[in-house]
Write a protein that binds this ligand. Structure first.
Ligand code: ZN
Length: 220
């Protein structure tokens, strides 16, 4: 069994909305991304309504380290006693709150210090993950039939989660707030192009993006 519940929450400063995905499996719940800290109460209510109680959330998987995806990971890990997993290349984002640690652009003192303050990614949101995921990792060992794809471009440590059924959780490589396309915030366009080619070479059905609504890969 794999039941996918999309959870769409709003970002601070009217920056639009961001998605997390709750996956209900025979082996418990898995949460892909966690939204930003301003949405904590609403996210908890959604988890509760879905029947995901402390002890039943097995793993929190982050597609990348950005604050609007990782903002509740530390909190939920503690409350639900869940493991957190992500790619090590985005570690600086969640460990130090430096959203530019794995990026080529914008890595100056202003963006390093000021942006985390503005967006509310404070000390209590910072953490070090329990598990590092790499390209090709099989998640069956953790109880979910899916594998990890390294898909850099938006950030160096961006990953996708591809289920055996062909569902792809692509983080911020793609977005579909209007039409499906590459996310407008792309740090490394060359890497992004290669990531798209990689995904096109695979058997992907529905794509679940970090922002916007799910779409069929063939429409891309
Ligand atoms: Zn992002």
């Amino acid at each position: 069994m794999l039941e996918i519940t999309p959870i769409q929450l709003s970002m601070p400063f009217r920056l639009g909305s961001v998605n997390c995905y709750l996956l209900n499996t025979d082996n418990g719940f898995f949460l892909i991304d966690t939204s930003s800290s301003n949405n904590r109460d609403e996210l908890e209510r959604v988890l509760q309504r879905a029947g995901c109680e402390p002890g039943q959330l097995k793993m929190i998987i982050l597609t990348h380290g950005d604050f609007d995806h990782s903002g509740n990971a530390a909190y939920l890990r503690k409350k639900f006693d869940a493991k957190t997993a992500m790619h090590k290349d985005d570690l600086g984002m969640v460990k130090d709150g430096n959203m530019f640690s794995s990026r080529q652009k914008g890595n100056n003192i202003f963006t390093r210090k000021l942006i985390p303050l503005l967006i509310g990614f404070g000390e209590s949101e910072r953490f070090e993950p329990d598990i590092y995921l790499e390209d090709g990792d099989n998640l069956s060992q953790f109880g979910i039939k899916a594998k990890v794809l390294s898909i850099p471009g938006h950030s160096q440590g961006s990953i996708g989660i591809l289920t055996n059924a062909g569902d792809l959780f692509c983080g911020d490589l793609f977005e579909s707030t209007k039409d499906p396309g590459l996310n407008s915030l792309m740090d490394d366009p060359t890497a992004a192009g290669l990531s798209v080619q990689k995904i096109k070479s695979l058997d992907v059905g529905t794509v679940y993006p970090g922002h916007g609504t799910p779409f069929q890969m063939e429409k891309f």
